[in-house]
Design a protein around this ligand. Structure first.
Ligand SMILES: [Zn+2]
Length: 427
């Protein structure tokens, strides 16, 4: 069991709300000691890292991650990639996420059945390098729902598994269970990108959601839902969905319901895609006129208003913003932290907590991950600079001097000094 001493650091532990000087000792895969002073002795340590000028903090958690979204511009493109190539592209993405400081990812949906579970297992078996991962099912949707791109005259695959009625819902849910997923994803509302079922349309019926939930929770799976319309948010809460994404158009009653389950459920705005389509859409052909026609400005404003309210009500929110489209390149994921501060009124400390401790609770590691605390799992970052002064530094992988997951150092500043910058399989 290796011992690593990280000395001379400024520690942001996700709890204190400020930085303090200290040293942290890691034994095996756990944080053994947190010293509030410098520990100079190197005796008995396998590795000593001098963290002068750096912030030691918990690794980040991507709470709405699509590692199998591989830079596509439109949804049907995902259906056209052969599964073998798609799996290798996903392996490249999870390595990229770890390089960008994400030591955990909650897969908000796999673009095809089995990609997520295959990648999760490959990481756990040491075949590939990546974060801790909970694997998602594909997005289960209905005919005419988000993820159904078929037309009368042609078959077109996308990322959805289409099921209609309680019977088919049960069947597709059980197939996802059989595949070995950790998270079951269900699309309850439409989206701006579906011309016949925009964001404020609720595409799923109550009996369909009930059937899906009964199977998912019966097998002990987490459920995550795509829910933009107010009605879809209410359905998600009433049926016990664990993580409710978007919630853009939640009305007062929906917000009250979300607040009533704030100790057991999570929400995530998935704001990156909303932001980039609205503010930076020209590169993808989303001109202001197109954005207006797709009601994107309306959605942007609704999301900001909703998350101001969600923040005030103390509802737990995770970062992660549908990164993986050409307009939201994978690796930019930590932009969400800055968005939380700029658009939703979070302090830097609060936004960083969403990206660490709250994400760890969503991952099911509450009380042993997401903080720098004795006994906790050693997922740690050394960041050059102070993220409390400027959260945007979390977006730049060159800022990460050290990346440690489960006590294993994947990026080591001592190697960087020797000119060996970059991610390594293990040390
Ligand atoms: Zn998504």
């Amino acid at each position: 069991m290796g011992t690593v001493l990280i000395r001379n650091a400024q520690i942001w532990d996700a709890d204190a709300g400020h930085l303090y000087s200290g040293s942290v000792e890691v034994r095996g895969n756990r944080i053994a000691r947190v010293h509030r002073e410098d520990v100079a002795t190197t005796q008995g340590r396998d590795d000593v890292i001098n963290a002068e000028g750096m912030t030691l903090m918990p690794g980040m958690v991507e709470g709405h991650c699509h590692p199998s979204f591989v830079g596509i511009a439109t949804n049907p493109e995902l259906g056209r990639i052969p599964p073998e190539k798609h799996t290798l592209q996903t392996a490249a993405n999870v390595k990229l996420l770890l390089e960008h400081g994400f030591t955990s990812i909650f897969e908000a949906a796999s673009a095809k059945p089995m990609i997520g579970v295959t990648i999760r297992d490959a990481i756990n078996e040491g075949l590939i390098v990546g974060p801790r991962m909970l694997a998602g099912s594909p997005e289960v949707t209905t005919t005419a729902g988000l993820g159904d791109e078929r037309r009368r005259h042609i078959h077109e695959e996308s990322f959805g598994l289409v099921a209609d009625g309680p019977y088919e819902m049960r069947k597709v849910a059980r197939e996802c269970v059989r595949d070995g997923v950790d998270i079951m994803k269900i699309n309850i509302s439409g989206d701006e990108f579906v011309s016949h079922a925009r964001a404020e349309v609720t595409t799923l019926e109550d009996d369909e959601l009930a059937a899906f939930m009964s199977v998912a929770h019966g097998f002990g799976k987490l459920v995550a839902a795509h829910a933009r319309s107010s009605k879809s948010v209410k359905m998600a809460v009433r049926h016990g969905v664990n993580c409710i994404y978007h919630c853009d158009f939640a009305d007062e009653e929906a917000l009250d319901l979300l607040e009533s389950v704030k100790d057991t459920s999570f929400v995530g705005p998935a704001f990156g895609l909303v932001h980039n389509c609205t503010k930076e859409g020209e590169v993808a052909g989303i001109t202001p006129a197109v954005a207006e026609a797709m009601h994107l400005f309306r959605k942007f404003d609704a999301t900001c208003a909703t998350y101001h309210e969600i923040r005030k009500r103390g509802i737990r929110v995770v970062i992660g913003g549908d990164y993986g489209f050409s307009i939201t390149p994978m690796g930019q994921n930590a932009r969400d932290i800055e968005h939380f501060v700029r658009y939703f009124g979070y302090t830097p400390n609060e936004a960083l907590r969403c990206a660490t401790i709250i994400g760890s609770q969503l991952m099911g590691y509450g009380g042993e991950l997401g903080e720098v605390k004795e006994g906790y799992l050693a997922d740690l970052l050394l960041v050059r600079g102070n993220p409390l002064q400027d959260v945007s530094i979390m977006q730049h992988k060159d800022r990460f001097a050290m990346i440690m997951k489960d006590g294993v150092i994947y990026k080591n500043p001592q190697r960087a000094e020797r000119g060996q910058e970059g991610l390594i399989a293990a040390e």
